[in-house]
Design a protein around this ligand. Structure first.
Ligand code: F6P
Length: 343
């Protein structure tokens, strides 16, 4: 059997560990052959593939990024795109595909499976941790740790200069990174897209802290938070129709307003792609490897139209449709748990 592997969407620490897990398991247990498709779905259009054998995946476990490269190409946004994917798979002799990605990449995989019975299995990837059907996605805890390390450093400089520092973290639709990094980093205010608030309320919380004699503060805000007055430029969309939020700059907007409302020197720090880069934490290396092994088992077992997932300590698989139907956002009980810290 010849198995294609692709990585789509934003990169994420642990992608290489998944690729290695699929290839090693496929070769050692099932005598599968593997081809890596470069740049996500785009690689199928361009017939841009590389052979993957045990040597080629040796040493990649701790590496960040993806050896296969990635793109946000959406076959369903092009005329005849899905049919071209099928034709490419046929030309390249691909009998089954492992698609490693988030809601967009797995959404395409789900449609290809439903529309054409395309033999595809999914592996859930996103630092945002917003995929349903799995307790967690690999890469998330690495991104949280990177944000916490930054918040720790910002504490000392904010304290030294009596400043308010607004730290913007990733999380387009879900505030998981803001929530966990804000809690673990000891932020004084945490702002999530799931919980609408106002700049007045943020200023009130900060002023209460200043009135208690504190002279600095850290605000963690998810990039997906919108306030009246913030704008996202609708002409800068990717092929899946997402606004490129990192450029919208909610932290800058907020820091600017808070300056007059608190009387403090307020600065904005946008962590951006730093959160996606570099080596995965041990937890993410282990989870990604287990997902890769399971994906190879799914291919061997013909479990197509499904995605590897983790529930508690167990790796299992769920229908792709379950993963892409609704986004997993932060539930209200999680804000309530941390009520005093959330704006
Ligand atoms: O979906 C993951 C993610 O990192 C989001 O948190 C972020 O909004 C987006 O990707 C950024 O994507 P890009 O690198 O394509 O601008």
């Amino acid at each position: 059997m010849r198995v294609g592997i692709l990585t789509g969407g934003g990169d994420c620490p642990g992608l290489n560990a998944v690729i290695r897990g699929v290839v090693r398991t496929g070769i050692r247990r099932y005598d599968h052959e593997h081809v890596g498709i470069r740049h996500g779905w785009r690689g199928l259009f361009e017939r841009d593939v590389i052979p993957l054998d045990q040597d080629r995946v040796s040493g990649i476990l701790p590496l960040g990024g993806t050896m296969l490269r990635s793109s946000r190409t959406n076959p369903y946004s092009r005329d005849g795109g899905p049919e071209e994917v099928l034709a490419a798979a046929k030309d390249l002799g691909i009998d089954a595909l492992v698609a490693i990605g988030g809601e967009d990449t797995l959404g395409v995989a789900d449609k290809l499976y439903k529309d054409y019975a395309f033999p595809v299995v999914g592996v859930p990837k996103t630092i945002d941790n917003d995929l349903s059907g799995t307790d967690v996605t690999f890469g998330f805890w690495t991104a949280v740790q990177i944000a916490v390390d930054a918040i720790d450093r910002l504490h000392t400089t904010a304290d030294s200069h009596d400043r308010i520092i607004v730290v913007e973290v990733m999380g387009r639709h879900a505030g998981w990174i803001a929530l966990e990094s804000g809690i673990a980093g000891g932020a004084h205010v945490i702002l999530l897209p799931e919980r609408p608030t106002t700049v007045d309320r943020v200023a009130e919380l900060l002023n209460q802290r200043l009135e208690r004699g504190k002279e600095f503060a850290i605000v963690v805000v998810s990039e997906g938070v919108q306030f009246e007055g913030t704008s996202s430029s609708a002409d800068d969309l990717d092929e899946f129709g997402h606004v490129k939020l990192a450029d919208a700059g909610v932290a800058t907007f907020l820091a600017d307003r808070l300056k007059t409302m608190t009387g403090k020197d307020c600065r904005a720090v946008v962590l951006g792609h730093i959160q996606r880069g570099g080596s995965p934490l041990a937890f993410d290396r282990s989870l990604a490897t287990r997902f890769g092994v399971h994906a190879a088992e799914m291919v061997a077992g013909g479990l197509f139209g499904r995605m590897a997932a983790v529930r508690g300590a167990d790796i299992l698989d769920v229908p792709l449709a379950e993963a892409v139907g609704t986004l997993k956002t932060v539930p209200p009980e999680r804000f309530e748990e941390k009520n005093p810290f959330i704006g």
